[in-house]
Design a protein around this ligand. Structure first.
Ligand code: TRP
Length: 351
């Protein structure tokens, strides 16, 4: 079975979220948020886009930071153009039914498979002094996020495919044990032409919230911050021979250029690299100019939302209400099936 899909069917339910640790960067925007905006604009299916504030608790953020980053993430969702009338936008922690489903699904998640999750193994390396059970069961909470709305399409990057696989496993085990098709199998969704991977400005790996701040372009960076970061992006020492292959650093820089600059311009610079006439300073100036012209209007829009606390609160409240309505229906069905209600008790037949 393929685990990726690039089509949306009539009865698909779309669910996705971004973890609210720190500030979102252009990798989050092109990898996730921009897809949400497109989906909300183009498709009439039910869709739920939440701010995964509970997932960020695994790294023990201080409450003030968490409060700010979840608020900022909401402002970014809206400022980037997700229409809250067309998509349900909410804070994950506002939907308690998800927390409850997480508990039930934990009964169907096994230690061995949780310990084998790639992201968990990575985390043990990165935060060896804080390997908590929340980290271990991160994929279970993610499954609860999706299954609580009976989600079928999940717009996420490739790095989440193992988590989605686990979500299908937990849902299937539940269905199998209770002999009822409660949960459908959710697939990762991606627009075909949108598989852009945003590299780090360090020239190594992808852009990440947990790396040095100078290696990521944040959606609220000022024009001069964007310019300075691009200016300092790591390059190689320049091509030594004609037609030499791109170094790792230059593959990254060209990938960033492709996001912001027109194709002809990118090709011009590729040609200049091939004939050794390239000037990295000029290339960076070009990228910075194009990046600023794309990102400045987004930032201004985000700023408008940031300063409108009342509007943000109203939107979060309305979103939570809508999400809770959908979640409650699933959860009541789940409780019934599990025997956690009195609904199906038949005293005569149990004697
Ligand atoms: N794990 C996702 C990430 O790091 C965030 C996330 C949490 C999510 N729950 C989800 C994404 C449910 C999609 C669906 O990006």
């Amino acid at each position: 079975m393929t685990s990726f899909s690039n089509t949306i069917e009539k009865n698909d339910i779309i669910v996705s979220g971004v973890q609210s640790t720190g500030i979102l960067h252009i990798g989050n925007y092109y990898g996730a948020v921009k897809n949400y905006v497109n989906l909300a604009n183009e498709i009439d299916n039910p869709m739920y886009f939440f701010i995964a504030d509970l997932h960020s608790l695994t790294s023990h953020p201080n409450p003030l930071d968490l409060m700010h980053s979840r608020y900022l993430t909401l402002a970014i969702y809206l400022g980037c153009g997700i229409d809250p009338e067309r998509a349900t936008i909410y804070y994950q922690s506002d939907v308690y039914y998800t927390h409850e489903l997480y508990l039930y699904l934990n009964m169907f998640a096994y230690m061995g498979e949780l310990e084998r999750t790639a992201t968990f193994k990575e985390k043990i390396q990165k935060q060896a002094d804080n390997v908590n059970a929340g980290l271990l069961t991160y994929p279970v909470l993610m499954a609860a996020d999706i299954l609580i709305h009976k989600g079928t399409k999940v717009p996420v990057g490739k790095d989440q495919s193992q988590h989605l696989e686990m979500c299908r496993t937990f849902g299937n085990r539940f269905n199998h044990y209770y002999k009822k098709e409660v949960f459908k199998e959710p697939l990762a969704f991606t627009f075909t032409d949108n598989l852009i991977n945003i590299p780090s400005l360090s020239g190594k790996g992808k852009m990440s919230k947990s790396d040095d701040k100078s290696t990521a372009i944040y959606l609220i960076d000022s024009d001069s911050e964007i310019e300075n970061k691009i200016k300092r992006a790591v390059t190689d020492a320049g091509p030594k021979e004609r037609n030499s292959p791109l170094s790792e650093e230059m593959i990254s820089l060209f990938d960033i250029m492709r996001v912001f600059s027109a194709e002809e311009i990118v090709n011009e610079y590729l040609k200049a690299y091939a004939d050794c006439s390239i000037r990295y300073g000029d290339m960076k100036k070009q990228i910075a100019r194009d990046a600023v012209s794309t990102l400045a209007p987004l930032r201004e829009n985000i700023m408008k939302y940031i300063s409108n606390k009342k509007l943000l609160q109203d939107i979060a409240y309305a979103g939570a209400e809508k999400a809770n309505r959908s979640a409650r229906i699933t959860l009541e069905e789940v409780r019934d099936i599990m025997g956690l209600t009195a609904k199906n008790i038949n005293l005569q037949s149990s004697n």
